[in-house]
Write a protein that binds this ligand. Sequence first.
Ligand code: GDP
Ligand code: ZN
Length: 458
Amino acid sequence: MLSDTIAAVSTALGEGGIAIIRISGPEAIAQVAPLFRSRISLNDVESHTVHYGHIVSPDDGENIEEVLVTVMKAPRSFTTEDVVEISAHGGVISVRRVMDLLLQQDIRLAEPGEFTKRAFLNGRIDLSQAEAVIDLIRSKSDRAFSIALKQVSGSLSQRIHALRHSLIETLAHIEVNIDYPEHDVESVTSEFIKTKSREGMDGINKLLKTANEGKILREGITTAIIGRPNVGKSSLLNALARDNKAIVTDIPGTTRDVIEEYVTINNIPLKLLDTAGIRETMDVVEKIGVERSRAAFSEADLILLVLNANEPLHEDELALMEQISGRQVLVIMNKMDLPSRLDQDVLHRYFEAANIVPMSVIEEEGLDKLEDAISALFFGGKLESGDLTYVSNVRHIALLKKAHQSLQDAYEAAEMLVPIDMIQIDVRLAWEQLGEIVGDTAADSLLDQIFSQFCLGK
Ligand code: GDP
Ligand code: ZN
């Protein structure tokens, strides 16, 4: 299966400065060589060198495109195979002409994710690393990018390997006891198994604890900005967007047309409810009434209730406060640059002081406090910047939970003094479930599913 040569355009399609066509396979260099006219034959170049020349039709020598060609020889390439990258002019026509020629050779079009899949199948990266490549492509904030990058480099894999290593030792220990009971080996006691499964569960719990934070950092905190007209909601949104490069992403997959707007406050990504929704939510009290406004922000993880500090509380605002009680709310007391006319006692009846953020959007005062308040709500304080190992992939989380359950079963069985050859089954199960995370024991259908999420050319 891996003996054929594949090619795809690796840069985004459309007009760009340059487009890169990537070719990988054992014959990649030999197959591109006849199409490349340069001072030196591609067959003779050193690995990791770049060459200027032209792509020409092998039939009539017609000049197709002016290119730079990079050669990376096995095993020092992304796929560990011979890889050729052709940098062409970034137009649709130019790219198609080169691709057409390549596909006339013994080269076929790569499937989405096939380059990464080869890197995995050839043992260069494991499954969790491959999945992190998907996250890298899709990440919407600097921090999400750093987390994915860390996972690509294998930080999660290392922890999973450590857990599995300890389990395999335990298994070996049990096995020796079962197979050679006559030998004078230290006998495996139920205490030993209990200790070992407890250790395993602790390690898994540590990873699971990062899951929620990881998900938030990866997908953003779904946020609704609400309040009466004229309190400063649009101004706040604009301030966030201006200072933090609002990213408008169209998320592929689920619903093609959903536009989500992201802003970040010091690298905490906020996913603002879709633009139409935001506008609607903003004027929610006036336009659609307090009752119906509930639906507009029911799906939010975080509600930013904006008040005007320069005015007494309005009855609509009291009604809103009733509605959102029990939710994650930060109250933004805006317009602090003006004289205060807002009854703070009432406010404190509904909200904790830590969740009330005085601010003047117009003077750009208080955005840092808002960030602190969000960190406190969602991350129990300051975000760690050093250790970026987060479990954020739902598949990984499900497997970690399963492995935890298996170890729990082993622990309880040991407590009930069940024979160790029975307990061994649970420990082995936990080992296999952890293995699925890094792809040691993953089925083909799962691999297909994972790699099909990639875009073409990765
Ligand atoms: P929205 O209706 O809640 O979206 O409110 P806007 O963002 O449109 O703001 C309403 C008015 O309040 C505008 O004239 C803003 O310039 C003004 N405004 C917003 N923030 C502040 C602030 O912090 N201080 C003062 N003095 N005015 C502000
Ligand atoms: Zn507005």
